[in-house]
Structure formats: C-alpha cells, structure tokens
Ligand binder design. Structure first.
Ligand code: TXA
Ligand code: MG
Length: 364
C-alpha cells in the first residue's frame, strides 16, 4: 500500500481504502475531530494491529465509527436499526442525543450487543459508538457498510494528529500506512464522550466541543459530571477511559501552564537549565515583554482567545513547537467556563505527560 499523500475526495482512493479494511488492514482517515487509525470492527486480527501500532494497552477500549446514511432529512434516519447489531437497549434519551448531534463529534457509550468483540471493548460489557461528520469518513464508512474502530492515529499517550502529514510523521518508519487526506481537522480535539450504559444517568467521560449545556439546551437531557455521578451512587465498575489517564496528548518538550501575567512563576520549576522558552499568549493581549529574565530567551506564539478556534489550533501548535527544539513550552491557563473544559482537560494531561521521558508516565 502506498504511503503517499492521497488526493482529497477521490472515490477510487476511498474504494482502495475500503478494500484494505476488508482485507484486515489499517487505514488512517480524517474525522472532524482528529485523524483516526481505522480497522474492521468485526475482525479481531485487524483490531490487534491497532493496539500494536499505537503501543496501546489491550484493555483500553476503542470507539466504533458508523456511517450516517445520506438522507436529505436527518430526522428520517432509522438509528434503531443501524445500532441494533452493536447496542443492547437503546433508550429514548440516547435517541434524543443521536438525533440532535449525529453525525458529529459526540461518542456515546452503551451496553453492548453480545456479538461486539471483546478485543475492541477491552473486555467490558459496554461499547462506545460515534458517527463522524467528515465527508471522507462518511464516504469510507458508507462504502464499508459496517463499523470501523478508530482510535486517534497517534502513538499511545502522544499528541493526536489533525492532518494527514501528522499521521505519517507519527508512524514513519514503523508502519506502511494508507492515509486518506481530508485536510486539517475542524474541531481539533477528540469527541465528547457520554456514558449512557447505566441506563439511568448520562455521564460525561471526556469533555469536547459539544458541552453538557449545549446537550441540555438541544435535548433536555441532563449530563452529569463523573464526580457528581459517583457521589450519588456506587459506580465502582465505571468504565476505563484511556483519555482519563493523567498523562496523555503529550509533547516531548516540557510543557507547563502559566496563570495570567505569571510567566516567570512557571519557570521556577526549571531554575537554570532552561534557555529557549516558547510562550503562547492570547491573541487578544499585548506582548508579555518578559525581557527581564536573566537566563531565558522568550519567544511568543499567539493562540486564539476563542475556545473553538483554540481547540482547532491546539494540537497543531503543540506539534509544531515540539519540533522546533524549545527547552520549555508555556501555555496560558484556559479561562473558567464550560466551553474551555475540553482544551483545559487536554492541556493539563499534556503538561503532565510532557518531557523527554513522557512514556514513563503512561502507567498512571
Ligand atoms: O474524536 C474521537 O473520538 C477520535 C476520532 C478518531 O473519532 N477517536 C478517539 O479515539 O479519540 P481514542 O481511542 O483515542 O479515544 C477513545 C476513548 C478512550 O478514552 C477510551 O477509553 C474511550 O474512548 N472508550 C472507548 N470505549 C469505551 C467504553 N466502552 N467505555 C468507556 N470509554 C470508552
Ligand atoms: Mg487518543
């Protein structure tokens, strides 16, 4: 299989990708959130290849990606029939979320149908499913006519890819991978994950572009935070979420957050060895003028002060800075507010896992 760049929206290339999936191969493809590393969700050998390629522990479950049929009227889609092979018990609440947000950056966790492979659920009795909206993902899934498991197409714990070039860079020299090129991802961080498997409460497992207030506004469904849900009842068997590891999405260069106006405080952890520091600053603010520090040379990089634009640029900026050989990267702490929860979550984990030995944090 060629690892060359493939042209946007070429049906022939997508057909080739479908064949590759049918043959048990891996195909990287664009979604509106980040690029995914896809395999046939019904093929245990293909699923194993994903875990090997990513270096991901086999008990970390994958998301099944399904096609939304190409209907003029989205409300006409029969999700009950489409989900029947994967999901046991589809609640009214679930259908409300699906009708409001699919296709789109929302993953839902259900009790699984017994036919769903343990290899993809990490042995749990639940399955995570989403219908991505990116046109190439949609075309691939429609032509494949079944589910495709796809984690983000990065090595375990590392920054997720938001372009085809990022994916190639991630697996360079390790894997001869077919990469469908759909340009830069629009959302830029992974989908919001809501657990519906308790049949009782909808619980937020991973924040993303779609927020609990937006869900409530569009569907009337209240989404609980994991802490709230746990406080109310014993949820010891709560599902494992690899994104919930403290270290994740991490660059190799040390990364830290600074509180507004307190760039120098963030340096205190790095007394003398740091010299070249990249500082992300809000595009809405004037320059930091940090020329007063004796041993550090600062260079500023602007980041958007709008949360969606920030998410769209986050992984791109982290990857670019990581390749530029800085000694330290500083990002401003995101402001309070639910619309920032997704990027705050990713930035905090990225800080924790960052640094040259970032793999050693993976067991956390
Ligand atoms: O936006 C996304 O969701 C991207 C694109 C490619 O679709 N995919 C993605 O996959 O982020 P991955 O594997 O990097 O993250 C999937 C997350 C993990 O944190 C995993 O633990 C969680 O989904 N997950 C999968 N199945 C689950 C389940 N049954 N219960 C709870 N969490 C689950
Ligand atoms: Mg991931």
């Amino acid at each position: 299989m060629s690892s060359d760049s493939t042209p946007l929206h070429s049906s022939a290339v997508i057909n080739e990708a479908v064949q590759s999936l049918r043959d048990g191969g891996l195909v990287a493809f664009p979604t509106e959130t980040v690029y995914g590393l896809g395999a046939d969700a019904k093929n245990p050998e293909a699923i194993k290849k994903i875990f090997t390629a990513k270096g991901r522990p086999s008990n970390h479950p994958l998301i099944v990606h399904l096609a939304a049929p190409d209907k003029f009227d989205q409300a006409q889609i029969d999700w009950v029939a489409l989900l029947a092979p994967w999901v046991r018990d589809l609640s009214e609440e679930a259908l409300k979320l699906i009708n409001a947000f699919w296709p789109g950056p929302l993953t839902l966790v259900f009790k699984k149908d017994k036919s769903v492979l343990n290899e993809l659920t990490g042995g749990q009795d639940t399955v995570a499913i989403r219908a991505p909206s990116h046109p190439i993902a949609q075309e691939l899934l429609r032509k494949f006519k079944s589910g495709v498991v796809a984690p983000s197409a990065n090595r375990f714990g590392k920054v997720s890819p938001t372009s085809a070039a990022d994916v190639r860079h991630e697996f360079e020299g390790m894997l001869d991978l077919m990469v469908l090129d759909g340009g830069d991802c629009e959302v830029g961080i992974e989908s919001t994950i809501i657990d519906l498997s308790s049949g009782d409460k909808a619980v937020l497992l991973r924040p993303g572009a779609i927020t609990p207030s937006e869900i409530f506004a569009k569907t009337g469904v209240k989404v609980y935070l994991l802490g709230e849900a746990k406080a109310n009842e014993a949820m010891d068997d709560f599902p494992r979420v690899s994104g919930s590891l403290k270290a994740h999405y991490a660059p190799t260069t040390p990364l830290r957050l600074y509180a507004s106006g307190r760039v120098l405080d963030a340096l205190s952890e790095f007394p003398d060895i740091k010299s070249r520091v990249a500082v992300a600053v809000w595009d809405s603010e004037s320059s930091l003028s940090e020329d007063g520090h004796p041993s550090a040379h600062f260079e500023e990089v602007e980041v958007p002060s709008d949360s969606a634009a920030f998410a769209n640029r986050l992984y791109r900026t982290l990857r670019d800075l990581d390749q530029q050989g800085w000694d330290l990267i500083l990002f401003p702490e995101p402001p309070a507010g639910e619309e920032w929860d997704g990027v705050r979550d990713r930035l905090q984990r990225a800080c924790f896992g960052s640094g040259p030995s970032s793999n050693s944090h993976d067991s956390n």
